[in-house]
Design a protein around this ligand. Structure first.
Ligand code: ADP
Ligand code: MG
Ligand code: MG
Length: 250
């Protein structure tokens, strides 16, 4: 479904990703772990096609199409979803307006009929209830004054609404207390499906207790230095990243 080959990328002329290759099949959940500054967020921004993140070598193929040159909106229309470590606050834009615009833009791009307000409200309220998001929150400007946990729930609501083929979640666990972590993880797990894949990026192992990955990759200094099963995350929790990185350097 998603194939990354020998990906090199730079920001402001600084090389950050230094040859990443990985392949995520349909229905699979891959985790990317790694110390701070290893390039995890850079990878998610490069996948999103964010301005200023330049691919200098390698390819990103999504369902057989090279998406390396596509605009972020085109990637979203193709079914890629990116949830970021620091969700945007958009003063003046109501949460519901934002969600409805995002959903209908996707539907238009796919040649599907747009939802009217009644259809949209029915859909969004059902999903919000499952994610324990209060109606009051939906009425506020997007993310403004939301707690960390509320922002994360809102990301998952957005993801559930857009029902992507492939979702990248960057540090979805940061700033979450245990209850919010559970709600967010349950939301992700409910979306797991044979034709939907996830790349879950996290510094800590605890998220992976709740969202159990099929494959774990360890990123260090812009390269994947180890790939394994879910047990790799548990090993790292015990030993830390230090030994693995030292072993790589030796
Ligand atoms: P992680 O998410 O794993 O903590 P990042 O992808 O945020 O890592 O950062 C990887 C490296 O890239 C770090 O050394 C960081 O300082 C550097 N970096 C990130 N953004 C920029 C930028 N805009 N300009 C220069 N260096 C950057
Ligand atoms: Mg970081
Ligand atoms: Mg990061």
């Amino acid at each position: 479904m998603l194939k990354i080959e020998n990906l090199h990328a730079s920001v402001d002329g600084k090389d950050i990703l230094k040859g990443i290759s990985l392949e995520v099949g349909p229905g699979e959940v891959h985790a990317i772990m790694g110390p701070n500054g290893s390039g995890k967020s850079t990878l998610s921004y490069v996948l999103a096609g964010r301005d200023g993140y330049e691919v200098t070598q390698g390819t990103i193929t999504f369902n057989g199409t090279d998406i390396g040159e596509m605009a972020p909106e085109e990637r979203a229309a193709a079914g890629l979803f990116l949830a970021f470590q620091y969700p945007l606050e958009i003063p003046g834009v109501g949460t519901l307006t934002f969600l409805k615009t995002a959903l209908n833009a996707q539907r238009r791009a796919r040649g599907e009929a747009e939802l009217d307000t009644v259809q949209f409200m029915k859909k969004v309220k059902g999903l919000a209830r499952e994610l324990k998001i209060a109606d009051e929150m939906l009425k506020r400007p997007l993310n403004v004054g939301f707690s960390g946990g509320e922002k994360k729930r809102m990301e998952i609501l957005q993801m559930a609404l857009l029902a992507p083929r492939f979702a990248v979640l960057d540090e979805t666990d940061s700033g979450l207390d245990i209850d919010a972590l559970k709600v967010v993880s349950d939301g992700v797990n409910a979306l797991r499906a044979p034709d939907r894949s996830f790349l879950v990026i996290t510094h800590y192992q605890r998220l992976l207790d709740h969202i159990v990955p099929d494959v774990v990759h360890v990123l260090s200094d812009g390269r994947i230095i180890k790939t394994g099963g879910k047990d790799l995350a548990l090993e790292l929790e015990k030993s830390g990243y230090g030994d693995l990185i030292a072993g790589e350097a030796a």
